[in-house]
Design a protein around this ligand. Structure first.
Ligand code: KMH
Ligand code: ZN
Length: 279
């Protein structure tokens, strides 16, 4: 068992969100699309300190997809090369049906996201009406896939706790706070401190700061004992005007911040323990 008595020494989990569904090669040529590219980037992220990869799928031309065949092929190539934990998105892209979003859960990835509310998303709405959320949660339970509860706003924590009362989510759970997206909760340290204060004891959390909020929130999470998600899904830039050549460069930056703060990086087995995935 890990000794978690000293926050500053708790192993840090870094999740790499390597492609998302809303960023394309006209914004950055470094976004992976094919299973081979996604796997190659996942391995690079693992080699630079990531413990988990958050996956969306793309067709060859970059169109967002939730194809179980693509997820399966990508997972197979990754697993042949490295032990990084694999998390599927069930958010997919704006406008996808629940059936489409949840289909690949049958492949039993290590984890999958579960967004517990709707949020404005650019000019669109990322729709997660209560019956949709319950349906995805049920499918996750059916296949024994642990959720990462994805919160774009603080009310989504409350919604997750209601799901737990209804027996659809098991506590303690792991949460990811996506902060700083236009339409969602802001991306300051005060926003993060508020939303994390809502979690019941023993829940773990990570933060994904969008755009310019990515590294300041990562730095704060490292300091207060949280975990971090970075990657091209959330932010394309290593610094102002300089594109990251892949999510691995952002992972490397977080690894360096962790080292400077005295937080060791989690091994895969430590991450499994923190996330209650079973060994
Ligand atoms: N692409 C967004 C609409 C998730 O991965 O679970 C939803 C999203 C959340 O990215
Ligand atoms: Zn995502």
């Amino acid at each position: 068992m890990m000794d978690l008595t000293k926050i500053s020494q708790q192993p840090l989990m870094i999740t790499a969100a390597i492609c998302g569904a809303e960023v394309f090669r006209d914004s950055s040529p470094y976004i992976p699309y094919t299973p081979e590219e996604l796997a190659e980037e996942s391995v690079r992220c693992y080699e630079n300190g990531a413990t988990m990869v958050h996956l969306h799928m793309r067709e060859a031309d970059g169109k967002p997809s939730q194809s179980a065949a693509l997820f399966g092929r990508t997972m197979q190539i990754i697993r042949a090369q490295c032990p990084i934990l694999i998390q599927f998105s069930t958010g997919g892209a704006v406008g996808m049906s629940v059936a489409e979003r949840a289909d690949a859960l049958k492949l039993k990835p290590d984890m999958a996201t579960l967004t517990t509310g709707s949020v404005n998303f650019g000019d669109d709405v990322f729709l997660n009406a209560p019956p949709m959320i319950s349906e995805i949660a049920k499918r996750m339970n059916e296949f024994g896939v642990r959720p990462e509860i994805e919160c774009f706003d603080s009310g989504m924590v409350d919604a997750a706790l209601r799901l737990a009362k209804d027996g659809l989510v098991q506590l303690p759970a792991h949460f990811n706070f996506v902060l700083g997206m236009a339409g969602g909760m802001g991306g300051t340290v005060a926003h993060l401190d508020f939303i994390r204060s809502l979690l019941p004891d023993a829940c773990s959390w990570s933060v994904a700061g969008i755009g310019r909020f990515e590294m300041p929130l990562a730095q704060h999470a490292i300091a207060v004992g949280g975990h971090v998600r970075v990657g091209l899904e959330d932010n394309l830039y290593l610094q102002k005007g300089v594109l990251a050549k892949g999510s691995y460069e952002l992972v490397t930056r977080v690894s360096q911040l962790a080292q400077a703060a005295g937080r060791p990086l989690a091994t895969i087995s430590q991450a499994r323990e923190i996330l209650r995935l079973g060994l």
